[in-house]
Design a protein around this ligand. Structure first.
Ligand code: 6PG
Length: 250
């Protein structure tokens, strides 16, 4: 199944298109489920989207019925420069009227240094998974997950090679980023959680992602994002700019 690709000329167009579609989706879901649970990615790609949501859409979005969870997080203190929590608060969450209880914070104040202890790492993942189970409750899955794509094919903090998942699989798992990453200990929505989400929207911009995007769309098995979208029941949409949509130079 080739997921729908929605190329738009620039990354600002991508941000504006995703923001508008996100608003529509949120309103539809709130009308039927009373709230919408959205997983948000870290990284650079979604920053323009967050800026659009915090400025042009700040008053338009039904923030009191929006629940935000993190697609993944680095296990560092909440004020650490590598923290997705810090960045998302700075660029979006502290700029809109979303109730504090609607934001599922993955890292608590007890984390005062980068986590290197395996038991602590596992506990952070298990606690976040349990909290997310509570939130998704009877529906059992997130309504929408926005994802980025790393040049190695990783998404959230699920890194290649995409291995078999345990069954049953928790909603959130501890993972280790490659040794070259600034922070290795991560937590991430699991393959099971991502595949069960009603909607998965992937944001890919910039010519540097053209090659990996083409490999994902070709279904390369070892790539985590390929595993997330393969034979999915729910909707998969790719929001890409013209540069990322360029067929890679072979
Ligand atoms: C993270 C993200 C990660 C990101 C990709 C792409 O915590 O870093 O969740 O999965 O989406 O690494 O990152 P860029 O958008 O910066 O290219």
């Amino acid at each position: 199944m080739i997921p729908s690709i929605l190329p738009t000329p620039t990354e600002t167009d991508v941000a504006r298109r995703v923001a508008a579609e996100l608003l529509d989706f949120a309103k539809e879901t709130i009308a039927t489920r009373g709230r919408v649970v959205i997983g948000l990615p870290g990284g650079q790609t979604p920053l323009k989207l967050y800026e659009v949501l915090a400025s042009e859409f700040a008053s338009a979005a039904p923030w009191s019925e929006v629940v935000i969870t993190f697609g993944d997080e680095r296990c560092v203190p909440r004020d650490h420069p590598e923290s997705n929590q810090k960045r998302l608060h700075d660029v979006l969450l502290d700029r809109v009227d979303i109730p504090e209880v609607n934001v599922m914070e993955p890292i608590g104040p007890e984390v005062t240094a980068e986590v290197r202890d395996a038991a602590i790492h596992k506990k952070i993942a298990a606690d976040y998974s349990a909290a997310l189970e509570q939130v998704v409750g009877e529906f059992g899955s997130l309504d929408l997950v926005l994802l980025g794509l790393g040049t190695d094919g990783h998404t959230a903090s699920l890194f290649p090679p995409a291995l078999e998942s345990p069954s049953p699989e928790p909603l959130v798992v501890p993972t280790l980023a490659p040794k070259t990453s600034p922070v290795r200990a991560r937590i991430s929505l699991s393959y099971g959680a991502l595949r069960a989400a009603r909607e998965v929207w992937v944001l890919v911009t910039g010519g540097g992602k053209a090659e990996i995007l083409s490999r994902v769309l070709a279904g390369e098995e070892s790539l985590p994002l390929s595993k997330v979208i393969r034979d999915r029941v729910g909707n998969v949409r790719f929001f890409v700019d013209a540069a990322a949509a360029q067929p890679p130079r072979r």
